[in-house]
Design a protein around this ligand. Sequence first.
Ligand code: PEP
Ligand code: MG
Length: 765
Amino acid sequence: MSDFQKDNVALMCDIGELVGLFDFEAGLDSFLAKAVSTVAWHMRAAVCSIYLYDADTRDLVLRANQGLNPNLVGRLRLKIGEGITGAALQEMRPICEAKATDNPKFKYIPGSREELFVSFLAVPILRKMNPVGVIVVQDPQWNYFTPNDVQALQVIASQLAGVIENAYLLMKMRRTEEAQSASGPAAAGQGFGPGTHCIRGQGASDAMGMGLSTRIGQYLAHAETGLACPLGLTEADFDRALAVTERQLLDLQRRLEDRIHDAASMIFGAHVLMLKDEAFSGEIRAQIRAGKNPWTAILDEVRRYADLFAHSPNPALREKVLDIEDLGHRLLHNLSPQTFANNGPDYSGQIVVAEELLPSDILKLSAERAAGLVLLGGGQHSHVAILAKALQIPLVIASDRRLLDLPEKTLLLLDPKEGQIVIRPGPEAIQTMKDLIRSLADAERLAAEVKPETRTRDGVEIQLHANLNLVTELDVALNMKAKGIGLYRTEFPFIVRNTFPTEEEQYWGYRRVLDRMAGRPVVFRTLDIGGDKALSYFPVDHGSNPFLGLRALRFSLRNPEIFKQQLRALLRAAHGNSQAKIMFPMVASLDEFVAARDLARVCQAELEREGVPSRLPELGVMIELPSATLLAAELAEAADFLSIGSNDLIQYLLAVDRTNDEMAPWFSPHHPAVLRSLKLIVDAATRAGKPVSLCGNVGADPRMLPFLLGIGLRTFSLDPMEIPAVQRRIAQIDIDLARYQMNKMLSFGRIEQVAGFLKSIDAAG
Ligand code: PEP
Ligand code: MG
């Protein structure tokens, strides 16, 4: 092989060596400088650059370069999605251009000398789907980089990712150690005095809870724990604790999978991996052999990791702090259960007080049967709150930081309905709570009284379907005799995880829902990411107004690889399941619907070519934007069915933030513009002969039901807990009277007139 040929094998070997010799003292920049020159040499590329992702500013920063203007290093910043480099990170795929300027994303950097280089290859540097940076090579020759080069650079990118991450961790750890030695011990917090205290917060679920308080990771606090280090423990005790811990974790994983099939992936499995990692348990063992008490060896190692993770720039690693703390707690408990008195290794029966929790923590705590949660931040509409509600865990969000200093095992009573936390409740409060819990049991009895059919007073049949966030809610939907799932918000299983579910995992998740619904219709809504629903492991610049940013179908169309994976999983699940349907959220134009439909067809053709059984099911459009309302006729013509998402329709029609409680008075379902829009949509679907349903919360509003029936809606999809009340309300309504009321309501031009009319009906009824 001549000197002038590219030598990717030698390149990989050299980079491997460079990685092995990485010198933390010399620093990351010196390593990156060596890396770019090695890559440029072996690839015979005129330019090589490495950009690193800055998690604070969410920019890509040029950190090392050979071949461009050297003054740009440290100064040139690109947004995610900006230029071909930013696009490679955003789309998480290599981009190889024979002529860079042909790519509409190409961005010329003045003063860079880039005009000299035609060929462009950018490969994202990722660590388990988390952005680390981008490596770029450029050359003056046209069409210079081959598929082989792309592959080689991908291998290099993955090697670089590990080094960069470790370097960050070490630097952060050093900085923290320095900061800690510079500042003295932290001042003690002001706590609550003895006796009963009542704290106001925001309730975020319906269930009530009572239990002893505990703060996650409390045993790690240095002096305050009061947990004496038990003496006389040996390596054999450590081995036993390891084995018991592993068994418990596998057990919990199984329990979680039984309860929450769609989201359970690897939540406790990650703990098992950590437990078995030689760098963790091997290091503890080495310390025990060197003479350390096993208790102290575990505690020291857990603290070291918790510190490392807490100060990592990588959000995915920061999220592991609770994992390592939990694992440490469990290990110590199994090493010496008597040291923990009654406190088991799980949070069973306890109320967890935490500054913040991740969706995956909520799943974990649910599997461990926590009695409730107190969080010091987050909103009622945050997805953590939605999850707690879905899993029926009592949750109150409060801002009083003294709650963090509560002594362990303080009796707490949570009343999320009232948004109250009672510290050390008296006997009366405890009795009231018991009475309330009894009346909640009444609600379950009412569920048993739901009739299989829902009819108006004059006998018109109405279909009541359920909205589903997690598969665990299917039980409630089935209990409430839902006729189907009118809206499965498929983004929730994505949100609660730490990585993207694979096509296979999605396929099995969707199959499970279809199997459980046994022939009843299921409408799978494709991802509605964005707005208040972000993915922690896939950062996207949502701009200053995420609800007007890259949300729902826009997000999916912008990320075709993610979208195709979901569509393929859905098409496979639809095979042999004629009741499966797909619906696209936040469709803003006919063009968007056509683009989504085309991609579904491409997936279908691909699957057929691969010989994978699949079926392209009915495709529906969610009408939740003013633009879609005005195009309802065309959309109804093109799609197989329509579904009205009134939550967003009202938000966007009236410019009222649906997640802001302060704006609640302006969120008016009976606004004349909302009423006319609803009528327009139903008329358009009827004219096109296509089914239309409503899946927003307005379907559960008893005062709005006559209007909705009056305009011709016959199918509603609701929070399953709402089904009994809605069924009872529908049984009181005559369709003729509903039509009369509908016409009357449509004749008004002012909100006040509609409100007055509804009030007069209430008074008469
Ligand atoms: C809606 O917008 O009305 C709807 C049902 O969708 P989501 O609440 O998930 O946005
Ligand atoms: Mg919506």
